[in-house]
Write a protein that binds this ligand. Structure first.
Ligand code: GNR
Ligand code: NI
Length: 178
């Protein structure tokens, strides 16, 4: 297992469209394990391979309070979406910013599991939001793309001003930074 480096907006590599996985082999299973470890350590409720600069269609989510319900998706496709919900979203690639985004309330996602076996999952609420957010990453899309250009520009300028590792600095080291 290994912790992966997470790219930060506005890094252009986050705009890469990920390629479909041909075979779910040990390399893909290691990628899934590393994504899960990185997500839990952050901590976050989802992570797409794109954020770790690996441009393969692989993502992980776990919205459970006890961090004991991991889901991994290879080549995910949202084949059903219905209704709307609006929630505050954040992103490990846009650290420190949270804004409401409108998404489908209820989705069905078809994918391959870590054994390469096809499955579908129906989701609603936060899990549905998270899966939609992660699928967007695989297409090079970020939640800030749903905001006004004014808000997006403000976020971009603030992130460009700070060192890229500041999201990982302990709170004590941040005190007094203003
Ligand atoms: O940890 C995360 N929290 C979150 C909250 C609301 C909507 C989406 C998310 S996903 C995010 C982790 C992340 O950046 N995944 O790509
Ligand atoms: Ni994200």
């Amino acid at each position: 297992m290994a912790l992966l480096h997470v790219l930060h907006y506005p890094d252009s590599r986050l705009r890469t469209k990920a390629k479909s996985v041909g075979v779910v082999d040990d390399g893909i299973r290691k990628l899934i394990d590393d994504l899960l470890e990185t997500m839990y350590e952050a901590p976050g409720i989802g992570l797409a391979a794109t954020q770790a600069n690996v441009h393969k269609r692989v993502l992980v989510v776990d919205v459970s309070a006890n961090h004991d319900q991991p889901h991994a998706f290879v080549n995910p496709v949202i084949d059903f979406a219905e209704g709307t919900q609006e929630r505050e979203e954040g992103c490990l690639s846009v650290p420190g910013f949270y804004e409401p985004v409108e998404r489908a309330e209820h989705i069905r996602v078809a994918a391959l599991d870590r054994q390469g076996k096809p499955f579908t999952l129906e989701a609603e609420g936060l899990l549905a939001v998270c899966i939609q957010h992660e699928c967007d990453h695989l297409d090079g899309k970020l939640f800030v793309d749903y905001l006004s250009s004014l808000k997006r520009q403000r976020i971009k300028k603030k992130l460009q001003k700070r060192p890229s590792d500041s999201g990982r600095r302990p709170a004590v080291a941040r005190a007094g930074r203003g």
